[in-house]
Design a protein around this ligand. Structure first.
Ligand code: ZN
Length: 428
């Protein structure tokens, strides 16, 4: 049994997408007063959708639209057809709540089963699910997908470390689904307790958002498992709408369930293939709360080349951060995630950094990146470290920056997300 689509070519996939796009626009217009009004304002009717290019004429849907429609935003079916709601984190009233029909839940389970298939699981695998259950989409998504796939689900949930150990050993779990910090904690504890021989974990499925490259390497080393990045967005069903494959070169996404556009967050025009932009999604068969050009605010790039694994489902790179954090520097869009990436590839660098932007007397913009030397590094290597970072920045981000290497521990640390970008260009 396979959960992969039976498309043989990009053309067949495109034909399927066009059919789904037409259905979605007609369904949303007929079922949702919100969408009916939006489409009317944009002067679009379902009959106008003749090719996939006509997607560009459709209006955007934003986070604020979800909040305005609370508690049933974007609802496009009679309420009797709704069988469940899920919510994303956030304070009351600002929470994003999304409704699901039974078909939506079936589709989600199918997509998630496909994730397990792509990660190379078999029905003999035992999947220990260590993520949150309840109103959040995570736990129940991992579980329904596992059951649909036919592997054994162990729904432990987060925390409860003693039970996690016991289950890892007694049930001989082979796959762990958790956050990256939980995975690291478990991996280090397996070593400390000398349980290496008794634990059989060989795969970890985790959401990499806010996980640095360095952290991923630490987990993979400590756990000795194959890692699979699984992105997820409550608005778009939840986790399971794509996953890293065994070639480990990006994330395949389920283009037979949604269309992914990558747009410049300022101009809202498509970026060139392979460039970073905001992920904008349009669902193709979602009933209760369909998405039409929903702006996720997440940044990533498409990977246009065919994947070595041979699967024709398209790929995107890992999520690089939020579009609200974007800066424009000498006509280039820059995201903190890109600088993160360059620094993680540069030896001799600690994890803290700051980016300072100022306007010179010549009217041009200048960038200084302050980085900490690695704890074990020596000041004698600073010049070489700076030169290597500068080269990396030029190669990957296409801008010039001055690099200042500082003592380890000299940049401020904070429990909350540290401020990285200091833009003083308007102050001159
Ligand atoms: Zn692949």
């Amino acid at each position: 049994m396979t959960f992969m689509p039976n498309f043989n070519s990009a053309e067949e996939l495109a034909a399927h997408q066009l059919k789904g796009l037409r259905w979605t626009v007609a369904h949303a217009q007929a079922g949702s007063p919100f969408y009916a009004r939006r489409l009317q304002e944009a002067g679009v009717t379902p009959g106008d959708i003749k090719s996939l290019d006509d997607l560009r004429g459709l209006p955007f849907t934003m986070t604020d639209d979800l909040r305005a429609g609370y508690p049933f935003p974007l609802l496009s079916v009679p309420i009797e057809e709704v069988v469940r709601v899920h919510a994303s984190s956030g304070t009351t009233g600002k929470r994003k709540v999304l409704a699901y029909t039974q078909k939506d839940l079936d589709d989600w389970a199918h997509m998630f089963a496909r994730c397990y298939e792509m990660a190379g699981l078999t029905r003999a695998d035992r999947v220990q699910i260590m993520v949150g259950y309840g109103v959040w989409t995570a736990g129940v998504g991992f579980q329904a997908g596992c059951e649909r796939f036919g592997a054994l689900a162990l729904p432990v949930g987060p925390g409860n470390l003693e039970m996690q150990w016991q289950f890892l050993v007694d049930f001989q779990s082979t796959v762990m689904c958790s956050t990256s910090s939980m995975a690291l904690l478990m991996a280090e504890e397996i070593k400390r307790r000398g349980l290496g021989d008794q634990v059989k974990i060989n795969k970890l499925i985790y959401g990499s958002e806010r996980t640095s490259e360095a952290m991923r390497q630490r987990i993979s080393q400590a756990l000795g498992a194959e890692l699979f990045d699984i992105p997820g967005l409550t608005e778009l069903y939840g986790p399971g709408t794509g996953i890293e494959c065994r070639a480990h070169q990006g994330i395949h996404y389920w283009a037979d369930y949604y269309i992914l556009e990558i747009l410049d967050p300022v101009s809202l025009e498509p970026v060139a293939p392979g460039e970073i932009g905001e992920m904008v999604v349009t669902t193709l068969c979602k009933e209760a709360a369909p998405l039409i050009r929903y702006r996720t605010r997440d940044l990533c790039r498409l990977l246009p080349e065919p994947c070595p694994c041979g699967n024709i489902l398209p790929r995107h790179g890992r999520i690089m951060g939020r579009s609200d954090d974007m800066i424009k520097f000498r006509a280039v869009n820059i995201y903190p995630g890109q600088i993160d990436h360059v620094l993680s590839q540069s030896p001799g660098v600690g994890s803290e950094y700051q980016v300072h932007l100022r306007r010179g007397e010549d009217g041009r913009d200048y960038m200084v990146i302050m980085v900490e030397r690695a704890p074990e590094g020596s000041a004698g290597d600073d010049q070489a470290v700076a030169a290597s970072i500068s080269k990396g920045v030029k190669a990957h981000i296409l801008v010039s920056a001055e690099i200042q290497v500082m003592d380890y521990g000299s940049l401020p640390r904070s429990e909350r997300k540290s401020q990285r970008i200091f833009d003083r260009r308007e102050e001159v």
